[in-house]
Ligand binder design. Structure first.
Ligand SMILES: N[C@@H](CCC(=O)N[C@@H](CS)C(=O)NCC(=O)O)C(=O)O
Length: 222
C-alpha cells in the first residue's frame, strides 16, 4: 500500500478528517507538520505555490498525486480502498449532501468558533460568538435528529460522511465551552460508535503539534 504524506497539525479538525480516514483504512502514512499558528506557513507564498494554492491543510500526497479539501481526500481514499465508501449513486449523493452540510454548517462554524475561543490573542466580539453559537446549536440539532434514526449518518454502516462529520467533535469540551456529546445525546452515542471503529485515534494522538509547547508555540493549557 502507498506511503501517504499528510500536511496537517494537531489542532486542525479539517485535517483530522483525512488523518482519521488514513488510520481507519490501515494506511501507512506520515504527517508533515504545518506550523499554522506561529509561522503561518499556510500563508507563505511558497506554500501556496508548492503545496496548496488555497492556503489550507489538509493536503494529501500519494506518490505523484496531491490533493486538498478533506471531502476530496475522503472520496479518493474510499474509492481507492473500497472502505467507508458510499455504494451506488443514491448513497454517493446522500454522503455528499451531509459532507457539504458538515463543511458549511456544522464544522464550518465549530472550527472558527473554537479558533476564536482558544487561539487568538484578544477575545472575539461576544456578538460574533453568540451568532456562531446559534448556528452551531441549530446544525448540531439537525445532525442529532438524523442520528436518532440510525447508527450512522447513512444507515447501518459508517461511511466517509461520518468521518467528515467527526472533524471537531472529538476535541475536548473545554475548548468549546460546551459539551456536544452531552447536549446532543444521539451525537454522543454515535461518537462512541465511531470511536469503536478499528484503528480509531484521537486527533491529538495522530497529528503533530500538541501540546503547543512541544513545537515552539506558546504553551496554552486547554
Ligand atoms: N473545506 C476545507 C477546510 C480546510 C481549512 O479551512 N483548513 C484550515 C485549518 S483547520 C486552514 O488551513 N485554514 C487556512 C485559511 O483558511 O486561511 C477542508 O475540508 O479541507
Amino acid at each position: 500500500m502507498s506511503d501517504y504524506k499528510l500536511y496537517c497539525f494537531a489542532q486542525s479538525g479539517n485535517a483530522y478528517r483525512a488523518a482519521l480516514m488514513l488510520n481507519l483504512i490501515g494506511a501507512k502514512w506520515q504527517p508533515v507538520w504545518v506550523d499554522f499558528f506561529k509561522a503561518g506557513v499556510q500563508r507563505q507564498p511558497e506554500y501556496r505555490t508548492d503545496v496548496n494554492e488555497m492556503g489550507e491543510v489538509p493536503v494529501l500526497v500519494d506518490g505523484e498525486k496531491k490533493m486538498t479539501q478533506s471531502a476530496v481526500i475522503l472520496t479518493y481514499l474510499a474509492r481507492k480502498t473500497g472502505q467507508y465508501l458510499p455504494k451506488g449513486e443514491d448513497e454517493e449523493l446522500e454522503a455528499l449532501r451531509w459532507i457539504v452540510f458538515d463543511n458549511q454548517k456544522v464544522n464550518g462554524f465549530l472550527g472558527p468558533y473554537r479558533f476564536l475561543k482558544n487561539f487568538v490573542p484578544t477575545p472575539a466580539d461576544p456578538a460574533v460568538m453568540t451568532f456562531m453559537k446559534g448556528r452551531i446549536d441549530n446544525a448540531l440539532a439537525i445532525v442529532n435528529k438524523r442520528l436518532e434514526k440510525a447508527p450512522f449518518l447513512l444507515g447501518d454502516r459508517a461511511t466517509i460522511a461520518d468521518i467528515s462529520m467527526c472533524a471537531y467533535l472529538f476535541y475536548p469540551p473545554e475548548e468549546f465551552g460546551f459539551d456536544i456529546a452531552k447536549d446532543h445525546p444521539a451525537i454522543g452515542s454515535w461518537l462512541k460508535r465511531v470511536e469503536a471503529l478499528p484503528n480509531w485515534a484521537h486527533p491529538y494522538d495522530i497529528m503533530p503539534g500538541y501540546p503547543f509547547g512541544t513545537q515552539g508555540y506558546r504553551n496554552k493549557k486547554v
